[in-house]
Write a protein that binds this ligand. Structure first.
Ligand SMILES: Cc1cc2nc3c(=O)[nH]c(=O)nc-3n(C[C@H](O)[C@H](O)[C@H](O)COP(=O)(O)OP(=O)(O)OC[C@H]3O[C@@H](n4cnc5c(N)ncnc54)[C@H](O)[C@@H]3O)c2cc1C
Length: 110
């Protein structure tokens, strides 16, 4: 593959190099390229706001479009890194703690 022309977002997509195909004899192929969000999770919560890639839209602190539902890591960012997912987890935990104290423990309800 090689990088082709930039699309309207400015991103260059990979395109096949003509005549570059060849065959290899192998015993096993492990397909481990690309990552996507698990669609089962988001399909079971139709009111959850998703972006165009199917990732959950978050507010940066873990809150989603559904009250009381928090998300972070790759399901929000797309394929990212462990350290970013851990940071999301810490921020999300603090936000959940605040939510529980404000709405549940005070009896102000869901
Ligand atoms: C091949 C590869 C190599 C990588 N290498 C690196 C690296 O070197 N350094 C780095 O920082 N990052 C690396 N990453 C990225 C890193 O793995 C992710 O960013 C990180 O794991 C995201 O953490 P997460 O908790 O958001 O998601 P995940 O680690 O994907 O955890 C989500 C969990 O939810 C579970 N789950 C999904 N659906 C459901 C459901 N319906 N019910 C219950 N459980 C469910 C899954 O089984 C999974 O255990 C790599 C990723 C890949 C794919």
């Amino acid at each position: 593959m090689e990088l082709g022309q930039a699309d309207e977002s400015g991103r260059r997509k990979p395109v096949p190099v003509p005549g570059s195909r060849y065959h290899m004899k192998v015993d096993v192929v492990v397909n481990a390229i690309g990552t996507r969000s698990n669609p089962l999770l988001t399909a079971t919560a139709p009111d959850l706001e998703l972006n165009k890639w199917g990732n959950i839209v978050g507010d940066g602190e873990g809150a989603t479009s559904l009250t009381g539902v928090y998300a972070g890591g790759d399901i929000v960012r797309g394929g990212a890194t462990v350290i970013l997912a851990m940071g999301d987890g810490k921020r999300g935990a603090a936000a959940i703690d605040g939510y529980l104290k404000q709405y549940v423990f005070t009896g102000k309800g869901y």
